[in-house]
Ligand binder design. Structure first.
Ligand code: GDP
Length: 296
């Protein structure tokens, strides 16, 4: 685990360096300092609106508390940022259907594989469902993870109706008393109407056939895509009713700040961060740890 955290810190070192450069040994937080701090936040991929919101709150709290020095400002800013990542988290409840959504290439399949192993290690029974029937490769790739984790996979032919695969998977999960059914979905955003119809149909099948199951819709976002991730979050939240987020590829060139506007937009918590391609490279999200890695 320490290793995974080190990778998160490594991955986010660019943003951290920006932030450290602003501090530059200064003692008093003057206007120049506050301006540079705003810039550093924007450069972290946070976007202007979120950065300005955080800075306005910082000025307000610093004034109220009579804080004038740079370290004092930093401490307050960190508190504010941790608070911005706070979103209501629903407790785990079994059985659960987890619909995993996101555009192709963001790391959906990899995240599903990692999650299967993670929950298995916690003593849960898992089943995977290949509802991305659009690409044959998607089901193939999921099959590799299913084998690796030794969990059953429900799949149909390429081009089959995704809701039909979900129907079969739900019947099978119910019959087997499976705790967690993880559904891989198609990540086509170019036709939002299609995507929306497909999602609605899958949701209807789950609600009708498996009303006792909790439904979690997990949006996977590639952190290296920056503000694009926010656009994806908006689109998928409309189409799929996203209620949780996983942020991947934080071991690469990601700047990491995009998490703030995403949480603000979706009002949904980040549950996991991905820091590599290996099966152990998924970490439960911890806001304080994340803000520390980003800025400290
Ligand atoms: P999908 O199309 O959304 O299912 O994406 P995949 O799971 O196939 O992942 C796309 C690529 O990203 C693969 O090469 C993965 O190994 C890689 N990948 C996924 N998660 C991570 C991560 O956290 N870090 C890194 N470095 N690569 C990742």
């Amino acid at each position: 685990m320490a290793n995974v955290f080190a990778r998160l810190r490594d991955g986010l070192s660019k943003s951290r360096n920006q932030f450290t450069a602003v501090v530059g040994g200064q003692a008093i937080a003057d206007e120049d300092y506050l301006d540079s701090l705003t810039d550093a936040l924007i450069l972290s991929d946070m976007g202007a609106a979120c950065a300005e919101e955080a800075m306005a709150e910082l000025r307000k709290r610093a004034k109220a508390q009579g804080v004038k020095d740079v370290p004092g400002h930093q401490a307050i800013l960190k508190e504010i940022l941790v608070g911005m990542l706070d979103a209501p988290k629903e407790p785990l409840r079994w059985p659960m259907v987890m619909l995993v959504v996101g555009v192709n290439g963001v790391g959906k399949t990899t995240t599903i594989g990692k999650l299967a192993l993670r929950f298995q290690a916690l003593g849960r029974t898992i089943m995977l469902c290949a509802a991305d029937t659009f690409r044959a490769a998607a089901a193939e790739q999921l099959a590799v993870w299913a084998e690796r984790a030794r969990v059953p996979l429900v799949r149909h032919q390429e081009g089959a109706d995704p809701a039909g695969v979900v129907f079969d998977a739900v019947q099978s999960a119910k019959a087997n008393g499976t705790h967690l059914l993880i559904v891989d979905t198609a990540g086509r955003l170019h036709n939002k109407k299609n995507l929306m119809d497909e999602m609605e149909k899958m949701r209807r099948v789950i609600d009708r056939e498996f009303p006792e199951a909790a439904v979690r819709c997990l949006l996977v976002v590639d952190a290296t895509t920056g503000q694009n991730g926010l656009q994806q979050a908006k689109a998928f939240s409309q189409a799929a009713g996203v209620n949780s987020v996983a942020l991947t590829k934080l071991d690469g060139t990601a700047k990491g700040g995009v998490i703030f506007p995403i949480v603000r937009e979706l009002k949904a918590p980040v549950l996991y961060v991905g820091v590599g391609e290996g099966i152990d490279d998924l970490q439960a999200f911890d806001a304080k740890e994340y803000v520390d890695a980003l800025f400290d």
